[in-house]
Design a protein around this ligand. Structure first.
Ligand code: FES
Length: 122
């Protein structure tokens, strides 16, 4: 999906780290459920934004962690991305909580712009 695609048409997959550290220490499964509930309740996100678990971004001490992965095609939802794909995008959000998930969905996933006070280098 190119940068010329209108922000409200872009496809995203929120990849929430579930382990080993993020899942055990930070109960990231609950964060996946929070994100899914917000997506299900918002017509502007439904069908365009998905959420799934991911295994370790290598930033365990900063967890729970999430990556907003912008997809080129809907098929990419079902594959783990290569590290170089994630390194090309600015979508890594550490120290996740329910409030940050809300902002990520309302801001990054609707405007297409990373949230400067929350996003970090991957
Ligand atoms: S377990 Fe989440 S970043 Fe390593």
């Amino acid at each position: 999906m190119s940068q010329s695609t209108p922000p409200k048409s872009r496809l995203y997959q929120l990849r929430v780290c579930d382990g080993p550290s993020c899942g055990v220490t930070h109960e990231s499964e609950a964060l996946v459920e929070i994100a899914q509930a917000r997506i299900d309740a918002d017509p502007a996100l439904q069908g365009r934004v998905g959420v799934c678990s991911y295994t370790c971004f290598g930033r365990c001490e900063d967890g729970p962690n999430l990556f907003v992965h912008e997809l080129s095609t809907d098929d990419e939802r079902y594959e783990d991305p290569d590290d170089d794909v994630l390194e090309e995008q600015r979508g890594f959000y550490p120290s996740l909580d329910a409030q940050k998930i809300g902002r990520i969905l309302d801001e990054h996933c609707k405007t297409g712009e990373p949230i400067t006070d929350l996003v970090d280098d991957y």
